[in-house]
Design a protein around this ligand. Sequence first.
Ligand code: BTN
Length: 262
Amino acid sequence: MRGETATATTVKLPPAYRLVVLDRAESSSDEAMRLAKSGAEDGTLVWVKEQTKGRGRRGRSWTDLPGNLTFSLVLRPETTPAEAAQLSLVAALGVGDGLGSVVPPMVEIRYKWPNDVLFNDRKGCGILLEAQLSGDRDLDWLVLGIGINVKSYPRDLDPPATSLHFEGAPPDLGPEAVLEAFSRHFLSWTNRWLEDGFAPIRTAWLRHAKGVGEPIEVRLPGETLEGVFKDLDPNGALRLELPGGETRSVTAGDVFFGGRSA
Ligand code: BTN
């Protein structure tokens, strides 16, 4: 372990999770990966109180500020890698329902495909799912990394970000309560996904998704598509109706609404 091990914590997680708390580390996902490689069990959750070099999707960085939450979870589901990719939408539901239980309704939580959570239409949570395959096709483990802006947010982002406190969450809401709420709801959604598959996840995610039925732009590596966001396909890909009427399923890309990505 390269991060600094923390002294004491008061966070209560469901027994399915084993909590590792570090006072400071470059990235909770790097720490979780190190543990996964040395055999850490499914449900090992690494909470880094001060993350100094967080990673985002597509080589971007994630800025952690005091009072925010950054953690990563080792998962070993018995699924194919393609099915496991659905866990980022399962995680969004864990974040959304978890936050719904600790913030007032004035903080509207919506999902942005593929794996952002918006607070009153601004990004306040990012989700990064990284996998290790064994052999060519089998899933060895996944690390699900989540950053939630609880107290503050970086001011220099375009499109602008936000935090739960800025949007009206109680000032005494801290990362501990958010982590507890997430863990309860994520466990329940993961069990639902394992038992019933992706269909209930798809329905719940679409109910609170931003931009369904609206014109959007999807930027893919080397290509930008414009069309109407129809829904998700049965595997979680975004279904885009192109101007000619053809529908295309997109498995990776950045979504922009009315010229902004939220
Ligand atoms: C994104 O929006 O691009 C995803 C951001 C994911 C950030 C989290 S913070 C906890 C975990 N550790 C990291 O280094 N990254 C993820």
